[in-house]
Design a protein. Structure first.
Length: 377
């Protein structure tokens, strides 16, 4: 950290946190002296009440500020050029299809508002996190906090040098209050919504730098935590629709059609069967979440699938639920990736279709696979 500070001027921000990482002592919790779990914040109790001195904190969470780093990005002429030109290139071309996230309605609507405010140099980020076990016994989990900049072209966007690590929630346990750890980031984006002075090394001028979070990515449990939803184990698991689960044993089962052999006490009381093409979609989830948390009643939490207030509820650019991505890894890659690879390599067997009637245009050549490998390396 000392070397990083001396080379870049980046000053880490430390916050006290629970010894088990239940929550960080930030925001409205900054003056608390113990965690709701009962663990003390300090190694020793307040020793000199007159001077307000306390014992040393038992654990600290390190946050690496975003603003100094993106200001440094713009001082580099080549990087500043790429950050500005790629989004403008996509917006200037007429294209009826999907090339990148910038072609989505969420991004288009956001950038229309940004441009109307006169912010020509605006950065858009995706936030991502997930629990990672760092020991074989799976007794110590950590949560990296990652930002990905959508202004960079996809071929370089996910390169290690372009990823921004804001910090790591230290564990060992699952945090009970993610918002407290994300509070420093939320505060920075509040500043960036108004703009900070920065130097553009490409255009050789000072400008007001603005930035926003537009997407939040992770697997299903991580997204549930980030949204303040019960997620895949709740009675109402989906953030997009109000499909109700059927209680079976210790968990819920989510069929579109209620099985005929289900006992009456387990049958759905609202809608017995659902049409996959006409699901009962949620509306005004942001407002609903706020009112449910304020009411703080167990039956309301259970009947809405809401578990608490999202860390992103204060971030005006985050849309509920459209900003929260689908879990591609578990829903697609781990489920059907093997079959997709067989299909793209021409190794898929079609029992009911003769080979001459199978469209071969989707098969990727050996040279194509080699190019994919080089690009992803």
């Amino acid at each position: 950290m000392h070397l990083l500070r001396s080379l870049t001027g980046l000053q880490p921000v430390y916050s006290d946190c629970c010894i088990y990482s239940c929550f960080a002592f930030t925001g409205t919790l900054k003056d608390a002296e113990s965690c709701p779990c009962g663990e003390s914040r300090y190694l020793a109790r307040k020793i000199m009440a007159v001077d307000g001195l306390k014992g040393a904190p038992r654990k600290k969470f390190c946050y690496l500020p975003l603003i100094p780093r993106i200001k440094l990005w713009f001082t580099d002429p080549s990087r500043s050029k790429v950050l500005q030109q790629y989004p403008e290139l996509l917006s200037s071309e007429t294209f009826d299809g999907w090339r990148d996230c910038w072609d989505g309605q969420l991004y288009k609507s956001h950038m229309d508002r940004v441009r109307s405010a006169g912010n020509s140099r605006h950065l858009v980020f995706t936030f991502a996190t997930d629990g990672v076990q760092i020991v074989k016994q799976k007794t110590h989990g950590i949560w990296p906090m990652l930002l990905v900049c959508a202004n960079l072209p996809p071929e370089v966007r996910f390169k290690k040098k372009n990823l921004i690590i804001l910090g790591v929630i230290p564990g060992p346990k699952h945090p009970t209050d993610f918002a407290s750890f994300l509070q420093p980031m939320v505060d920075e984006f509040a500043r960036l919504s108004n703009g900070v002075q920065a130097w553009d090394g490409w255009k050789r001028e000072w400008f007001k730098l603005t930035a926003s979070i537009l997407q939040v990515n992770g697997d299903q449990p991580a997204i549930a935590n980030m949204m303040g939803m019960k997620g895949p184990r709740g009675k109402y698991p989906c953030r997009y629709c109000n499909l109700c689960g059927i209680r079976l044993g210790m968990g819920y089962y989510y069929p579109l059609k209620t099985p005929s052999d289900i006992p009456n006490k387990f049958r759905r009381q609202t809608t017995a069967n659902y049409d996959a093409l006409h699901l009962p979609y949620r509306t005004n989830l942001h407002n609903l979440m706020t009112s449910i948390v304020q009411a703080s009643k167990d039956d309301l939490f259970r009947e809405t699938g809401i578990s608490g207030l999202s860390p992103f509820i204060e971030v005006s650019t985050v849309h509920f639920p459209n900003s929260f991505g689908i879990d591609i890894m578990h829903l697609v890659l781990e489920g059907v990736a093997k079959h997709l690879l067989q299909l793209w390599m021409g190794q898929m067997a079609f029992d009911d279709i003769s080979e001459e009637h199978v469209d071969q245009s989707y098969i990727i050549s050996l040279n194509g696979w080699a190019e994919i490998g080089r690009t992803m390396a």
